[in-house]
Design a protein around this ligand. Sequence first.
Ligand code: LP5
Ligand code: MN
Length: 252
Amino acid sequence: MTTLFISDLHLSPATPEITACFIKFIREEAPQAEALYVLGDLFEFWTGDDDKSDFAETIRQEFKALTDSGVKCYFTQGNRDFLLGKRFCQQTGVELLDDMSVINVYGKRALVLHGDLLCTEDVKYLAFREKVHQPWLQWVFNRLPFWVKEKIVSKVQGEIRDDKQHKDLTIMDVTQSEVERVMRQYDVNLMIHGHTHRPDIHRFKANGVECTRIVLGDWYEQGSVLFCNTETTELQTRPFEGSSREHGQLLS
Ligand code: LP5
Ligand code: MN
C-alpha cells in the first residue's frame, strides 16, 4: 500500500492543464493508495465553502468519489485555502487536519504542515496571516454573500501582489532554526511540507539526531507527488497531458 502527499496545485478554472493532471491523478492513481494528504494550496484561492461554481463542484465530486472508494483523505489549510472548512469536508469526506499534525507513515512519526509558519523571516506575511486567521474576522467574512467576498479577495490580492515582488527570495524560504525548534516541539525527526515550491529532501543533524525535511513541489509545470510505502519515499512528478517529462528523487 502507498500513502501520497501533494500540495501547491493552485487549482483554478484559468489553468485547465493543471486541473486535468489533478483529475487524472485523483481518478487513476489515488484510488490505489490507502491515504492521500493534501498539504495546502490545493486552490489558487478558496473564497469559501459556499462556492457554488461548476469548478468547485467538480473538485468536490472528485474528492467525494475518492473517499467513497475507501481512501482516507486529509487536508491541511494553506495560505491560499485557509478558508476551506468543515462544510467542504462534510461534503467530500475529507478530514481537516490542524495546522501542524503528527501522523504515522509506515512506522515513522512525521509532522505534516503547509510550511508557511516556518518562514519566520517573512514577518509581513506572518502579521497578515495572523490578521486573516482571527476567528471573529472569518466568522464575519463567511457570512457575507459570495460575490462580496470575491470582490474583497481580489482587492486584497491586488494590494498584496506588489509586496511579494519586492521580497528577498531568502526570506520566503523556511528558517532552519524554526524547523529544528518545531521538530523538537513535536518530537519528530521527519517533517513534510509544501509552500516554498522548492521540492527537495533535506537531511541534517539536530541535537545529534538525523532529521529529514521533505519539501513537496508545486504543480505549475507538472504534477508533483510524494510517494511513500514501506520500502520507498520518493518525490515524483507526473507530466501534464502532451508532455513526457517524469522523474523521481529517492529518499530510501
Ligand atoms: O502564495 P504565494 O507564494 O503567492 O504568497 C504567499 C504570501 N501571500 C499570501 C496572500 C494570499 O495568497 C492572498 C490573500 C488574499 C486574502 C483575502 C482575504 C480577505 C479577508 C479574509 C478575512 C477572513 O498568502 C506572501 C508570502 C509568500 O507566500 C511566501 O512564499 O510572502 O505574503 C505576502 O505577500 C503578504 C504581504 O507581505 C502582506 C502585505 C500586507 C498588506 C495588507 C493588506 C490588507 C489586509 C486586510 C486583511 C483583512
Ligand atoms: Mn503556500
